[in-house]
Ligand binder design. Structure first.
Ligand SMILES: C[S@@+](CC[C@H](N)C(=O)[O-])C[C@H]1O[C@@H](n2cnc3c(N)ncnc32)[C@H](O)[C@@H]1O
Length: 405
């Protein structure tokens, strides 16, 4: 089997697009494992098509398993503030909440979910977390539940570690009182047999795995997530994956939670009146006209809303502008103009972290956006990263030169 055929096999069986895993990975792992088996690379590659065990070992070595406690922060903070309320209202009838943690790697995410729900005030028997990954090796570590200090990378993660873990010689061990709530199981998320018998879940966490999937596997997985999420359930994605969630899902909660629920079936469109205060115009450039949409003029388009947001931002009403932009982004996650406006407003408010994320999204959607490149360069300068800032400014200059040609 050639390296290309191995890549096709990984794509077909596990959804993994090897170009997204890191360029040298498949080739490097093929050579290393072939040498360990005392075989030439093609002979070793042939065993991958013949032996399930060989393929399993290989895919475990190729997949990216990096994870840490409270990764991204926002989803867990959102759970702490909301989960008890959801339990009392939407989910009052459930004996126990069902939570799926998909592609949980070495378990930090599943334990973080358990910690967040307990921090929210839920009891040990209020919920059960079923955590899945394809890697048995990773799951062994997850079940052991002992982690080094570097697995806790934020002050909040350290605080929760001190509450929910006990120090042991080789790190920190998850306390028994959390252990009853989490089960780890091996599964290939793309295997249709995996979903058999699973009932819809109140919360699903599927983060940082779709980014490694090819187009077909992503859409298959998105359909599967829609089927697995309870009617009023909440789905968390990774920050780079939120952008994929259109169609069946709508964003709920703060944008940094990357949380989604089912998109309700749209009722027939009824034009909504929008009242916009008259705002002084910008001195920097002439702003678009303020939209005053009468009832009869039909629904407000995103560009109208963005025009309003820009006027607000131009006149120093950054928070109001952010609210307006967030409304657009709730419906249109891939609107680069909205992300740009958001990033600029956050920069103006001094929120560099959020601004960096918003501007990062602009550049994901529109890699040569000069304004975003320069704004990002400014953030890097403020953070003391002169070299990164220089590279961004160079990119911006190239983008301008290319547009001018
Ligand atoms: C980068 S880790 C993500 C860990 C965690 N969700 C997080 O966000 O920190 C990706 C995990 O996805 C798992 N994975 C990749 N493809 C999979 C598949 N087809 N089925 C199940 N797990 C898969 C890998 O084994 C790896 O542990």
């Amino acid at each position: 089997m050639s390296a290309l055929e191995v890549e096709a096999l990984l794509r077909a069986r596990f959804g993994l697009e090897t170009s997204l895993l890191g360029s040298a990975t498949v080739d490097a792992v093929l050579k290393r494992r072939a040498a360990e088996a005392g075989l030439a690379a093609p002979a070793y590659a042939a065993t991958l098509g013949e032996s399930r065990a060989a393929l399993q070992t290989f895919v475990e070595a190729v997949a990216v398993h990096e994870t840490w406690f409270l990764r991204d922060g926002g989803p867990f903070e959102f759970l702490v503030t909301e989960a008890a309320g959801w339990r009392r209202t939407h989910w009052a009838d459930a004996l126990r909440l069902r939570i799926l943690c998909l592609a949980c790697a070495t378990g930090e995410e599943a334990w973080s979910l358990a910690m967040a729900l307990r921090e929210a005030g839920l009891g040990a028997h209020d919920f059960v977390i079923e955590a899945f990954d394809l890697s048995e090796t990773a799951l062994d570590k997850a079940r052991t539940g002992v982690y080094a200090a570097r697995a806790f990378r934020s002050p909040l993660a350290e605080r929760w570690r001190d509450r929910w873990c006990e120090p042991v010689t080789d790190g920190f061990r998850i306390r028994d009182e959390l252990r009853h709530s989490v089960r780890f199981e091996q599964a290939n998320l793309l295997d249709p047999r995996w979903v058999e018998g699973l009932t819809p879940a109140h919360i699903i966490c599927c983060r940082n795995v779709l980014i490694y999937f090819g187009q077909e596997a992503r859409s298959r997985m998105l359909g599967r997530l829609a089927a697995l999420l309870a009617e009023d359930g909440v789905l968390f994605t990774g920050h780079a994956e939120a952008i994929l969630m259109s169609g069946n899902f709508r964003c709920v909660g703060p944008l940094n939670a990357f949380a989604f629920s089912h998109r309700p079936v749209d009722p027939p469109t009824i034009p909504t009146p929008v009242v916009v205060a008259k705002i002084p115009t910008s001195t920097r450039e002439s702003p678009p006209p303020v939209m005053q949409s009468p009832v009869s003029s039909g629904p407000v388009s995103p560009s109208d809303e963005l025009a309003e947001a820009r006027v607000l931002a131009d006149t120093g009403h950054y928070r109001e502008a952010l609210l307006q932009v967030d409304r657009v982004l709730t419906r249109e996650r891939t609107n680069a103009r909205a992300w740009l406006l958001k990033g600029l407003a956050e920069t103006a408010l001094g929120d560099s972290r959020e601004a960096g994320m918003s501007l990062g999204r602009v550049l994901y959607l529109d890699p040569t956006n000069e304004v975003a490149l320069l704004a990002m360069a400014r953030l890097e300068t403020l953070a003391g990263h002169a070299e990164r800032a220089r590279l961004l400014r160079e990119r911006a200059a190239r983008a301008v030169a290319e547009t001018a040609q």
